[in-house]
Design a protein around this ligand. Structure first.
Ligand code: 8YV
Length: 330
């Protein structure tokens, strides 16, 4: 697929390969300040294409859909010196290999915190109150008549919310939960200072956190340690009828375990915005009425996608001005 490349490349402007179609305002700034190779067709970049088409570029602006494992990083052309990811998550980039190769890596923290926490709450409420089943009933004209005993969901207000990973997004989820008078519990690599904790109850051991999780919100990064964290043994520790919400990364959940717990009724419901191997998700989710599913839209508001793009560009601007980028990861 041919990429659009401005003719008559201006002298001196850094050359940036942009792997995905970004919002117009972000692309306008890119074209104003850089010699940018855009991808208007939004076609897919696999590792081989990244290696080939980054030739002649000083940097890459990529998304979490493009993977940079060590095997790709090692083959990148020598002139590529920075990879700025349009995401807060960076599990698609091997940071150790980047450091070893001298590839600077930046991400876009902070700016998608609120949008992602909003989606976590949308999932929590929708899963608990059976929004998918209710919606379908109306669209398929199966409402019939109102009944006092049908469509009974899980009560939210005043329940215990367990947050796995109390970083920026976890804390923003907690802030929303306070409006629902929920009792907030959390587990994190380290305990937060009281002003950040705001009364939330710390569990040193995430296994203990699960025992109080009427609702579990997954907000931790995807790492070797968190891979398939939510498996059958851990689900068994949760209260019967609990609700699971995931807006972090799909591979933190072991899909077969979650699906069988949703089928057996051990868990009442789940709300998921992220999936292992997305978009090729485990097919078992599709038929589950007690699962509210979204296609990874946690940060999908125009304001947020602008802010993510501008933050990635701020990092590129700093790098090419010879200053330390604010969000340097490697
Ligand atoms: C992004 C995300 O939309 O920033 C992240 O880590 O998961 C999403 O909100 C996506 O990854 C963009 O690259």
């Amino acid at each position: 697929m041919a990429l659009s490349h401005p003719q008559g490349r201006p002298q001196g402007r850094p050359r940036i390969l942009v792997t995905r179609k970004l919002p117009d305002a972000v692309e306008a700034r890119l074209q104003r300040d850089y010699d940018a190779t855009l991808n208007p067709a939004d076609s897919v970049f696999d590792g081989d294409r990244l290696v080939t088409e980054s030739a002649g570029h000083d940097g890459i602006l990529l998304c979490s859909t493009e993977k940079l494992p060590a095997t790709v990083i090692e083959k990148l052309p020598a002139e590529v010196r920075i990879a700025a990811t349009f995401s807060v998550g960076h599990d698609h980039i091997d940071l150790a290999a980047s450091k070893a190769r001298g590839l600077t890596v930046t991400n876009t923290p902070d700016v998608l915190t609120d949008a992602t926490a909003d989606i976590a709450f949308l999932l929590l409420l929708a899963a608990a109150r059976r929004a998918y089943e209710g919606e379908r009933t109306i669209r398929e004209d199966r409402w019939g008549r109102w009944s006092p005993t049908t469509m009974l969901g899980v009560h939210v207000t005043g329940k215990r919310l367990a947050i796995l990973g109390m970083g920026r997004i976890g804390r923003a989820v907690a802030q929303r939960a306070r409006g629902f008078e929920m009792e907030i519990h959390y587990s994190n690599r380290s305990r937060l200072a009281p002003e950040l904790e705001q009364g939330a109850i710390f569990h040193d051991d995430p296994e203990d956190l699960l025992t109080v999780a009427d609702f579990l919100s997954i907000n931790c990064p995807s790492t070797r340690e968190t891979h398939h964290f939510l498996n059958a043994e851990r689900i068994a520790r949760m209260p019967d009828g609990a609700v699971v919400v995931n807006t972090a990364r799909g591979n933190i959940v072991h899909d077969d375990s979650l699906i069988s717990a949703l089928k057996s009724g051990k868990l009442a419901a789940a709300g998921l915005d992220v999936f292992e191997n997305e978009p090729a998700i485990h097919p078992g989710y599709r038929d589950l009425p007690n699962c509210f599913l979204l296609p990874h839209i946690g940060s999908a508001t125009l304001e947020t996608r602008h802010a993510m793009g501008f933050r990635a560009l701020d990092n590129l601007d700093a790098f090419f001005a010879g200053k330390p980028p604010r969000d340097r990861l490697a």
